[in-house]
Ligand binder design. Structure first.
Ligand code: AP5
Ligand code: MG
Length: 191
C-alpha cells in the first residue's frame, strides 16, 4: 500500500508512521527526516535546504522532488511506502501522481491527522527540535494551512481521504488509523 499521512506540524505523522512500518511492512519516507539527514551530512542539498527549514518555510519543490524520486525508485518501495510530510503542495501532489503513473502505481489512501492548534503548540513546547520554537512553529502552521491544506480537497475528490481525530494517546490514534485503512481498502474494492 502507498499511504500518505497529512497533518500540521506536531500532528503525530512520524509517531504513527513508526507504528505503521511494522503493521504494513513498508518503509517510512519522511521528507523532513531526509532533509535533516542531508543538513547533518553537510551535502549541497542540505546546505540549500537548511535556510528554509530554519525559517519554517517549505523547501522549494524541485529540491524535494529530487530527494523523493530517488527514494521511491529504490527496491524496498516497490510494494508500497508510507509518505510522511510529502506531498505538501499541489505541484508536489501532481508530480507524485505522474511519477507513480509512469510505473503503473498509485496512491492508495491519504490519512489526515486533525489536531487543534493549542495541542500542537503544547506538543511542540515539550519537544526540542531545532525548528520547534514558538515563532518558527507559527510559520510552519501557517505554511500547512496555506500550502498543504488544499491537498485535503484534492484527495477527497479522488475518494482517497480518511480524516481522523488526532487527539488522544498514540495507541488510541493508531487504532483509528488502522480502522481508516480498513475503510479505505473496503471502499477501493467497491470502486
Ligand atoms: P517535517 O519534519 O515534516 O515536520 P512537520 O510537518 O512540521 O511535522 P513534525 O515532524 O514536527 O510533526 P509530526 O506530525 O511528525 O509529529 P510527531 O510524530 O513528531 O518538516 C520539517 C521541515 O522540513 C518543514 O518545515 C520544511 O521546511 C521541510 N520540508 C519537509 N518536507 C517538505 C516538503 N515535502 N516540501 C517542502 N519542504 C519540506 O509528534 C510531535 C510531538 O508530539 C512529538 O514529541 C511526539 O512525541 C508527540 N506526540 C505524538 N503523538 C502524540 C499524542 N497522540 N499525544 C501527545 N503527544 C504526541
Ligand atoms: Mg515528523
Amino acid at each position: 500500500m502507498r499511504i500518505i499521512l497529512i497533518g500540521p506540524p506536531g500532528a503525530g505523522k512520524g509517531t504513527q508512521c513508526q507504528r505503521l512500518v511494522d503493521y504494513l511492512r513498508v518503509p517510512h519516507l519522511s521528507t523532513g527526516e531526509m532533509l535533516r539527514a542531508a543538513v547533518r551530512a553537510g551535502t549541497a542539498e542540505g546546505l540549500a535546504a537548511a535556510h528554509f527549514m530554519a525559517q519554517g518555510q517549505l523547501v522549494p519543490d524541485p529540491m524535494i522532488l529530487g530527494l523523493v524520486t530517488k527514494r521511491l525508485e529504490a527496491a524496498d518501495c516497490r510494494d508500497g511506502c508510507l509518505l510522511d510530510g510529502f506531498p505538501r503542495t499541489l505541484p508536489q501532489a501532481a508530480m507524485l501522481d505522474d511519477l507513480l503513473d509512469c510505473r503503473a502505481m498509485s496512491v492508495d489512501g491519504v490519512i489526515e491527522l486533525a489536531v487543534p492548534r493549542d495541542e500542537l503548540v503544547h506538543r511542540m513546547l515539550a519537544r526540542k527540535r531545532e525548528d520547534d520554537n514558538p515563532e518558527i512553529f507559527a510559520k510552519r502552521i501557517a505554511s500547512f494551512e496555506v500550502q498543504t491544506a488544499p491537498l485535503l480537497d484534492y484527495y477527497k475528490r479522488q475518494g482517497k481521504l480518511a480524516s481522523i481525530d488526532g487527539l488522544g494517546t498514540a495507541d488510541e490514534i493508531f487504532n483509528r488509523v488502522r480502522e481508516a485503512l480498513r475503510r479505505l481498502k473496503r471502499d477501493s474494492y467497491q470502486g
